[in-house]
Design a protein around this ligand. Structure first.
Ligand SMILES: [Zn+2]
Length: 361
């Protein structure tokens, strides 16, 4: 048995408010506990998105009633809310900026819309950027110009991890996270969105849709080779139902809370990762980067020798599938103690709805 600190996932999508057929604060935090996470930071691209006092209140009310593990909620940077969000910063996990993808109302079309957010959001609270490739370079330049920290979400490409390494060496305050799916799943061949997209109706390419897209084997290898540049592992848990994933317009995103630790422990077993990396990137660094409080009397227990196959049927997430179905892993979460109480034990979630606390409360 290995004892680890309660893990922190700085990047989850719980779909509440608005799309609770995919997930909600109840099932999402159940999945978190089953995966060994005692604290999660929820992203703001819900329906409606979380971008002002009323919508933040809406999300926090649902979380307060339903969450089984501790949490905080991100605010979204929109085109019109740079003057409003700084006054809410103390209640939020941080500010999430979607810099190069369309995410409904949180779209920031051009860099003049980035400027007031970088200028005004309080420096002691984190800004997290969804920014791929060259917009990531632009986001890092903004961090340098405005002399404030920036956290880059879900780095997936060799060019990205190498640029972050170079920026860190220059003293720019940039940190980053990588998802397990970008570490373990190279792009299928042929890749999604190719002309072959329609051919595999049995659940192939639609299910592999995710943003950032799954990258090449060379990109995956670059992430492993630059493990010391990666500050956090974050799941980007983004559940959609199988019906949606297998539809004509598959939405991007994978569930990930219940598979992250078993996959990473298997990498430790295989000698590709150290247990110290897991503690640093899933506890110490996220706590520091996001200024998160200590959770007293909180730890998890793992049977490092338990070998089994990942099965969606065993999971607590509402979405009912996993891209890692059938993968053989070694390492199982057997017990989660949160603030002195058994929150998960031997496959059962024991913390009731409402036990979770807002760590920015
Ligand atoms: Zn995300």
């Amino acid at each position: 048995m290995i004892k680890l600190p309660g893990l922190i996932d700085p990047h989850v999508h719980f779909r509440e408010p608005g799309q609770t057929h995919k997930e909600d604060w109840d099932t999402g935090t159940s999945a978190a506990l089953a995966g060994g996470f005692t604290m999660v930071l929820a992203m703001p691209n819900t329906k409606p998105p979380i971008f002002d006092a009323d919508t933040l209140e809406m999300a926090l009310k649902a979380a307060k009633q339903k969450a089984r593990c501790d949490y905080a909620q991100f605010l979204g940077a929109g085109p019109d809310n740079a003057d409003i969000v700084p006054s809410l910063a103390y209640k939020a996990a941080g500010l999430k900026m979607y810099l190069d993808s369309t995410f409904g109302e949180l779209r920031l079309n051009d860099m003049t819309l980035w400027m007031p957010h970088f200028e005004k959001y309080p420096k002691q609270y984190p800004i997290v950027a969804h920014s791929e490739s060259r917009s990531m370079a632009a986001a890092i330049l903004f961090a340098a110009i405005y002399d404030r920290p920036i956290h880059i979400a879900h780095v997936s490409l060799k060019e990205e991890i190498l640029l972050i390494k170079a920026a860190k060496e220059k003293g720019i305050k940039v940190t980053c996270e990588v998802t397990p799916h970008h570490l373990f799943l190279p792009s299928p061949n042929p890749p999604p969105n190719s002309q072959n997209l329609g051919e595999d109706k049995g659940g192939g390419w639609g299910r592999s849709e995710v943003r950032p897209r799954l990258a090449t084997q060379a990109d995956v290898e670059a992430l492993w080779q630059n493990m010391d540049v990666i500050d956090c592992f974050a799941t980007d848990h983004a559940p959609h139902t199988l019906e949606e994933k297998d539809s004509e317009n598959p939405p991007p995103g994978f569930p990930g809370l219940e598979t992250a630790l078993p996959l990473l422990l298997t990498a430790v077993h295989d000698g590709r990762l150290r247990i110290e990396d897991i503690i640093a990137k899933m506890y110490t660094n996220p706590r520091k980067i996001f200024s998160l409080p200590e959770q007293p009397e909180t730890w998890i227990e793992v049977d490092e020798n338990a070998e089994y196959e990942i099965k969606a049927a065993d999971q607590f997430t509402r979405c009912g599938w996993t891209p890692f179905e059938g993968w053989k892993v070694k390492g199982r979460v057997t017990r989660v103690v949160l603030r002195g109480r058994d929150a998960f034990k031997d496959g059962k979630v024991l913390a009731e709805q409402g036990f979770g606390k807002n760590v920015r409360g």
